[in-house]
Design a protein around this ligand. Structure first.
Ligand code: G
Ligand code: G
Ligand code: MN
Ligand code: NA
Length: 262
């Protein structure tokens, strides 16, 4: 409860920041998109990770105004990059969205307003959702279809860790699946050392085949070394994310990376 009051205060005081982790074209080694990640610059406690405060934000409902801030800030920043670098450079930008936000009756209007106020085309906005969040019945399903009809793209985050069923992908208007980091860990091993490791490699192969058949884009997450990047390229993954490629960074740093690619 204490944390809730502090979150509310921090939100009003403008203590939250958005950092961006690049999505990288694994073949051309270029930044083609960003995932937006929130940070709390707390006056007494320093920088606080979302892993610490998102659960409290969800519990208290403050995730709705916090998520709205992250959404609006991401759209504003992505539109600024689009103006500076022209179309085609940054192709995807977007935040993580909690199930609590999807249940908020104002969510679709918030997204529409964030796009209109920033001038960002809906096609550039990617909302990252987890499988458990989208399996929430008809109201959430309607919301997702409304967003899809606005041209906004939906990504299934942490893919492979939840239900991951084909029927889910058919029912859900996703454009992108993000292969969870747990399937990238160990992908570089020629001889997986346990049955579990072999099974994880099999999932990475199955996901890229399924995405190809369903015409979905894929992003492999949590790439921490070049051997993993190379193995993923050979499996057919063309987009990646991870500390080996680029860490979450301040927007000015992304601007410099995009400028350096011109
Ligand atoms: O950025 P970091 O890897 O520390 O994020 C930890 C967790 O917090 C991840 O699961 C990430 O998806 C989540 N997260 C980061 N920013 C946001 C946000 O703006 N909204 C929501 N709902 N989750 C976020
Ligand atoms: O759950 P989600 O996929 O949104 O989580 C994003 C989180 O993953 C962010 O907090 C980000 O800091 C973290 N992350 C991004 N790349 C890597 C990586 O290569 N290794 C690890 N351990 N975490 C990563
Ligand atoms: Mn994510
Ligand atoms: Na993920």
């Amino acid at each position: 409860a204490q944390f809730g009051a502090d979150l509310r205060r921090g939100l009003e005081a403008g203590e939250f920041r958005v950092v961006y982790q690049p999505l990288v074209d694994l073949h051309r080694n270029r930044v083609i998109g960003v995932e937006a990640l929130v940070r709390w610059a707390h006056p007494a406690r320093g920088l606080i990770s979302p892993a610490e405060f998102i659960p409290a934000a969800e519990r208290t409902g403050l995730i709705v105004p916090l998520g709205r801030f992250v959404l609006r800030e991401t759209c504003r920043q992505a539109a600024a990059w689009l103006r500076e670098f022209g179309p085609g450079v940054l192709q995807k930008a977007g935040p993580n969205v909690s199930v609590r936000q999807l249940h908020d009756p104002g969510f679709v209007d918030d997204v529409r307003a964030a796009l209109a106020d920033s001038g960002l085309p809906g096609e550039l906005l990617v909302l990252e959702l987890t499988e458990s969040a989208v399996l929430r019945g008809p109201q959430v399903s309607r919301t997702l279809h409304e967003l899809h009809d606005m041209g906004v793209r939906l990504a299934l985050d942490d893919f492979g860790t939840g239900e991951s069923s084909l029927s889910l992908l058919r029912a859900f208007p996703a454009s992108i699946v993000k292969l969870d980091k747990s399937f990238v860990d160990g992908i570089e091993l020629d001889e997986p050392d346990t049955p579990e490791a072999a099974a994880r490699q099999a999932v990475a192969r199955a996901v890229i085949q399924m995405a190809g058949a369903l015409d979905l884009d894929t992003v492999a997450e949590g790439i921490e070394n070049e051997e993993q990047a190379e193995r993923l390229r050979r499996l057919g993954y063309s987009l990646g994310q991870g500390f080996h490629l680029a860490e979450p960074m301040h927007p000015e740093h992304v601007t410099r990376m995009l400028a350096g690619q011109q």
